[in-house]
Design a protein around this ligand. Structure first.
Ligand code: G
Ligand code: G
Ligand code: NA
Ligand code: MN
Length: 254
């Protein structure tokens, strides 16, 4: 029952795995990226959601070794896909607040790219709007260093935090991800349509790629297409997949 004790040994016991969820171009149906999502297979409890264990990992600092394992595994998997001719798309890795603020993040990322052989253009780091806005001077400096390395940045869960929009233009971002809370009732809620339309226009105005998360139905997809959103992610196209299933999907889509 002691999740924290168990979490300490989960890495060495090989209890983590990554699931991969595709991001798809609405117009062409092409897979444009894969987001890596960590899964913990607890021997007694079964699958424990990251929503449950990431906060514990954040508090205890275990997020550092776990996050490094996630980064290394995701980059290694993408490099394997690239080498086998299956992919020329980026893999996206989520960073928690504490990971984002670790002093040696840039060196860690550079080291993992070197070790796995993955070119930096095939890595996207997803940071939440909330993490980005905690200390905008820090964020600006860090994102510029990552940009210089060639790593792209996605702003995750966009619309749920408090952005001062003037900061957006100072951050070298690649992608805005519309949070799934706005997508959920998109077809019934005029307010959500207004928000999605505004975020898409903002993204395009800033020359960013816009991805809608949590797309579960054809109606939501049609609505997002009408709003000129370019990419979607969600159960409608695919749930997060095991690496084997993600490989099969890439083979079928080739
Ligand atoms: O995959 P799922 O919907 O269960 O994820 C729940 C939450 O955990 C989401 O907010 C997601 O961003 C986060 N998450 C998933 N994988 C990772 C990861 O590898 N690192 C971090 N920091 N967060 C993750
Ligand atoms: O916080 P973040 O945006 O990284 O969270 C991503 C999580 O959202 C994934 O871990 C995944 O489990 C979940 N997710 C992905 N697609 C859908 C979807 O279509 N519906 C719902 N409810 N959750 C989704
Ligand atoms: Na994410
Ligand atoms: Mn998100």
């Amino acid at each position: 029952l002691d999740l924290e004790n168990r979490l300490h040994r989960a890495l060495e016991r090989g209890e983590f795995m990554l699931a991969y969820q595709p991001k798809v171009n609405i117009k062409t149906g092409e897979i444009k990226g894969m987001e890596a999502l960590v899964r913990w297979n607890h021997p007694e409890l079964g699958l424990v959601s990251p929503a449950k264990f990431i906060p514990i990992a954040e508090e205890t600092g275990l997020i550092m070794p776990i996050g490094e394992w996630v980064l290394k595994t995701a980059c290694g998997q993408n490099q394997a896909w690239i080498e086998s001719g299956l992919s020329a798309i980026p893999v996206a890795v989520n960073l928690s607040v504490r990971q984002f603020r670790q002093p040696d993040l840039v060196q860690k990322v550079a080291q993992v790219l070197e070790e796995t052989g993955l070119d930096s253009q095939y890595l996207i780091l997803e940071i939440t709007e909330t993490a980005a806005m905690l200390d905008v001077d820090f964020t600006r400096k860090l994102l510029r260093e990552l940009e210089q390395m060639g790593v792209n940045i996605a702003l995750d869960d966009f619309g749920t935090g408090y952005s001062s929009l003037s900061y957006l233009k100072q951050f070298p971002l690649h992608t805005l991800k519309i949070d799934r809370s706005f997508v959920k009732d998109l077809t019934e809620e005029p307010a959500d349509i207004a928000i999605a339309r505004a975020v898409i226009a903002l993204g395009h105005g800033l020359d960013l790629n816009v991805v809608a998360e949590g797309v579960e139905t054809q109606e939501q997809l049609d609505c997002l297409r009408m709003l000129d959103c370019e990419e979607i992610q969600g159960y409608f196209f695919s749930r997060p997949l095991s690496s084997e299933d993600a490989t099969h999907l890439l083979q079928r889509m080739r």
